[in-house]
Every structure is written in C-alpha cells, then in structure tokens.
Design a protein around this ligand. Structure first.
Ligand code: PMP
Length: 298
C-alpha cells in the first residue's frame, strides 16, 4: 500500500478520495501460477499487464504514473513476503487518493494485494451464458480498452441480470449490435473448425489471455478470425469459451438455453485448456518470456 507492505486490515483509503467517490482508479488482475515440481511461482505475462496498466494511467490523465518496473518489483516483493506456495490472484490498483471533484487527478496511490485463489470453478463442466439486454458501453463513452474501475458497473448489471435469470454469466452486445465480451472475459467460438473472436474495436478489453489464446490456436494450426460476430451466429457455434485472467479458459455449454454444439464441452476447448495450463504453470518450457519467476535462486 503506497510503497509499504502493511497488514491486510491496515490497507485503507479515505471515504473522501476520488477513488471512493467516483471510481477514479485503474487496475490489473494477474495470476502467479505455482509449479510444485519447480518450487516456483510464475507471474503470467507480467510485461503485458504492466504495459496495460501504464496505458490506463496515462489515458485517465493521472498526475503520476507508476511505471512497469516499479510495480513489478513491488508485486514480487509482496508475493515473496507472503511466501505463497499456491496459485495466486493479484490485484494492482492505481487510484486517485486526493479529495476534490470528478476531475481531480492526484495525488495517486498504489495498492497491490494477493490471495490464493482458483478459477470460478467452471473449468470442467463449463458455464451457461445469457445474451444481455445491457449494452456494452461504447468506446466514445467509457472505453472498455481502459481498465478503469468505474467501467465495471456496466458488466456488473449484465452479470446480475444473468444470475437472476438462472445463468452463470452474460455475453454483451456492443452499440453496433455485435458480440463484444463477457463482464470480465473475452469470447471465442469455433465454427466449422475456425476460431472466431470479436476484433479489438468491438468495445472489449484488449485481453492478454485473448492474445495468448490466439497464439496457442495458431500454434495448433487452427485458423483464427478476429471479426464482427452476429448474435445469430452463436446458435451456429460448435464450441465456445470465455477467456481471461480470472476465467482462464472456461467452456460455454449453452447460450440463451440453446446448447452450444451438442451441449458438451468440446474437444478443441479441452485441448486448448491443457496447453494453456501447461504453459502458464511452466510445465512446458515454451514461451519462457511469458513467465516471470517470483522466487530467486531457482
Ligand atoms: N474483458 C474484461 C472486461 C475484463 O475485465 C477482463 C479481465 N481483465 C478480460 C476481458 C480478460 O482480460 P485479461 O485476459 O487481460 O485478463
């Protein structure tokens, strides 16, 4: 918290800060994957997360920018201090700690937390999704490309509606009526052997897992298309899945109560999950540039 490691209960902000009043904060969620055999934790694609964090701070015109090197150093310091030997989810929040109106841009604070945490528990059996009647906020209103805390109320409404209606989560359409993404994860579908995902001008977050999946699909020789996806195409999908730091690679087995394919988790998604976990945990030695070891001397 603001450069110091403090006990959990002492990590507080004042109720008068712009962060509390207006959601003037940006964040990153990232994972450190524990590898038992290596007795090592690997931060997944730390460079990409830190680059996006710098971009979010710049875009929101924060008075001070915490740079990638500093935040990486502090994250590693926190993980080492807690001596984690499990997969962790870490949240980095850069927030306006100053008092004032909606345009106040400083002073700027930094908070990093980490806790042992698995996925949403749907990796094996998959999830169900509702196409939401809540529209994704368009880029010229509150850009989803920027990981600003306030943006998340849009997906929250969609998520709450989906849960109230008996689904696990939502798929949101953008202002053009095309598929954008889930509340906190990106969308992929397989149709006739081609993996399709909304392109980056679809009012989505430029997801690091999405970029990873595109690379792993390419490696597997599966054709990919980044393009507009119509709502009606969802019914034509053979397989579908969500991806993101928290959701990892979660199969979607039904959308609007129509089964995706035969309603079972598809073979391509399963293979992709296996490859993904072997890479992120460092069981495969491929893509070493994606893994930052936390503990030294290993
Ligand atoms: N979309 C949104 C809105 C998100 O919050 C997230 C989670 N960061 C994602 C997609 C997935 O992004 P990433 O793979 O970088 O975690």
């Amino acid at each position: 918290m603001n450069d110091e490691i403090v006990p959990w209960e002492d990590a507080r902000v004042h109720v008068s800060t712009a962060a509390f009043k207006f959601g003037t904060a940006v964040f990153e969620g990232l994972r450190g994957y524990w590898n038992e055999q290596h007795q090592q934790m690997y931060l997944f694609r730390m460079d990409a997360h830190m680059k996006r964090l710098e971009f979010s701070q710049k875009f929101m015109r924060f008075e001070k920018i915490y740079d990638a090197g500093y935040v990486t150093e502090k994250t590693i310091e926190l993980l080492r201090a807690n001596e984690f030997k499990a997969t962790v989810h870490s949240m980095t929040t850069v927030f306006v700690d100053g008092f004032g109106g909606p345009t106040v841009s400083g002073p700027v604070g930094l908070a990093i937390t980490a806790a042992a945490r698995g996925g949403p528990g749907l990796l094996d059996k998959g999830c169900t999704a509702q196409v939401s009647s809540w529209q994704r906020v368009p880029d010229n209103a509150m850009p989803m490309r920027v990981k600003c805390n306030a943006n998340y109320q849009n997906g929250r409404l969609a998520g709450l509606q989906a849960q109230a209606d008996g689904y696990n989560t939502a798929i949101m359409l953008n202002a053009r009526g095309k598929i954008s993404e889930g509340p906190g994860m990106c969308f992929f579908m397989l149709r006739d052997g081609i993996a399709c995902t909304p392109h980056i001008s679809s009012d989505i977050l430029e997801s690091i897992t999405r970029a990873t999946v595109l690379e792993l699909l390419h490696e597997a020789g599966i054709e990919t298309q980044e393009r507009d996806i119509d709502r009606s195409e969802l019914a034509a999908a053979d397989e579908a899945f969500f991806c993101g730091t928290a959701w990892e690679i979660t199969p979607i087995v039904a959308i609007d109560r129509l089964p995706v394919g035969d309603g079972e988790v598809g073979a391509t998604v399963r293979r992709l999950q296996e490859r993904f976990f072997s890479v992120v945990r460092g069981e495969s030695s491929d893509y070493p540039e994606w893994r930052t070891p936390v503990y030294s001397g290993k």
